[in-house]
Design a protein around this ligand. Structure first.
Ligand SMILES: NC(=O)c1ccc[n+]([C@@H]2O[C@H](COP(=O)([O-])OP(=O)(O)OC[C@H]3O[C@@H](n4cnc5c(N)ncnc54)[C@H](O)[C@@H]3O)[C@@H](O)[C@H]2O)c1
Length: 313
């Protein structure tokens, strides 16, 4: 028996949209049915890659197509609210790129609308689906390195965006990872930031977070660096984990303390593209018709925390 595929509309085919489209098209549950972009240039790019798809310049026209089941929103952040709201209103399940919105009241309204219309609203925090982060979480849980003491992250270089700042854009990944690893909110936080370009918001930030049980996080963010760095070090009582997302295969090194120094362990972790795992999760959730993890509370907690941290920026 032929199982009907879930027809996907991709809205926004700039930098990230094509990567999302590829991952949905590679999953046997989905079919990239339509692509929408207000830029003719980017729509032409989509026509070259997906010639047998439907194309739209306006998301409202696209959403009139009754064959569409699932909407992926990969447009700039300041457009997310209106596009997600309209998609839910049109009774579609939705995946929206991070951040869902910078405004807590908009996030609350979208969550309420998703519950009311009984449609799923997923948000892309890719790292919480990553094999590496899952591996680190096991070390938190099985305590083989003892108590976690310090999380230190350096995240540098990303495209400048006018509608957001470096904390919402890059820092959100660390807040999602921390929430997934320790599942609690910091008791105290302190933020330093700088804005070096006139027409943009903060592009440098240092954030210190204090959690219970003497656990702290130090996060250093920078949009303008020429070096792309995605490096996390986590210090435990009995050693440390170094996680370099930019490494091809051996992304995680474990330094276990001994009497003279450290023993280095380099585990081979399954390699699956993180977005592939996220799309698998979405397919499973849609077929089971219930969130198994990472429900609305995840987005709500994250938005509350970042709203507080960025209040004075
Ligand atoms: N999860 C991640 O790791 C990750 C990585 C990169 C980007 N993102 C997020 O993805 C989103 C898009 O980022 P990007 O780098 O692809 O931006 P981009 O500017 O490269 O692309 C956005 C596209 O949306 C189109 N667009 C704008 N308004 C539109 C509208 N009203 N209707 C239809 N199309 C419209 C633009 O023409 C453009 O092609 C942002 O929210 C960003 O934060 C997430």
């Amino acid at each position: 028996m032929k199982i009907k595929k879930i027809n996907v509309l991709i809205i926004g085919f700039g930098y990230w949209g094509p990567i999302l489209a590829r991952n949905f098209q590679s999953n046997t549950s989905f079919n990239v049915h339509s692509i929408c972009d207000s830029s003719p240039l980017n729509l032409n790019k989509a026509k070259n890659i997906y010639p047998n798809t439907n194309f739209y310049k306006s998301y409202k026209s696209a959403l009139n197509n009754k064959d569409i089941d699932f909407v992926v929103v990969s447009t700039p952040t300041n457009t997310h609210y209106k596009i997600v709201k309209y998609s839910l209103f049109k009774k579609k399940d939705v995946l929206c790129e991070k951040p869902l919105s910078l405004k807590l009241n908009e996030v609350k309204k979208l969550i309420a609308l998703s519950k009311q219309s009984k449609k799923f609203l997923f948000v892309d925090y890719p790292f919480i689906y990553s094999e590496s982060v899952k591996f680190i979480r096991k070390i938190f849980q099985n305590k083989r390195l003892g108590k976690p003491l310090i999380y230190e992250s350096i995240r540098e270089k990303a495209p400048y965006r006018k509608d957001t700042d470096v904390i919402w854009d890059l820092g959100i990944h660390d807040f999602a990872i921390l929430k997934y690893l320790v599942n609690k909110n910091p008791k105290k936080y302190e933020t330093n930031f700088r804005k070096t370009l006139k027409n943009f918001k903060s592009d440098f930030a240092n954030i210190n977070l204090s959690y219970s049980n003497n656990f702290s996080a130090f996060i250093k963010l920078n949009w303008s660096s020429p070096l792309k760095i995605r490096l996390i070090k986590i210090y435990f009582e009995k050693g440390l984990i170094v996680y370099d997302e930019n490494e091809g295969i051996y992304k995680i090194n474990i330094y276990k303390k001994n009497k003279k120094g450290f023993n280095l362990e380099i585990p081979l972790i399954n390699f699956n593209e993180t977005l592939k795992l996220f799309v698998d999760f979405i397919a499973k959730t849609l077929s089971e018709k219930k969130y198994s993890k990472f429900d609305h509370n995840f987005s709500l907690d994250l938005t509350k925390l970042i709203s507080k941290i960025t209040r004075n920026i």
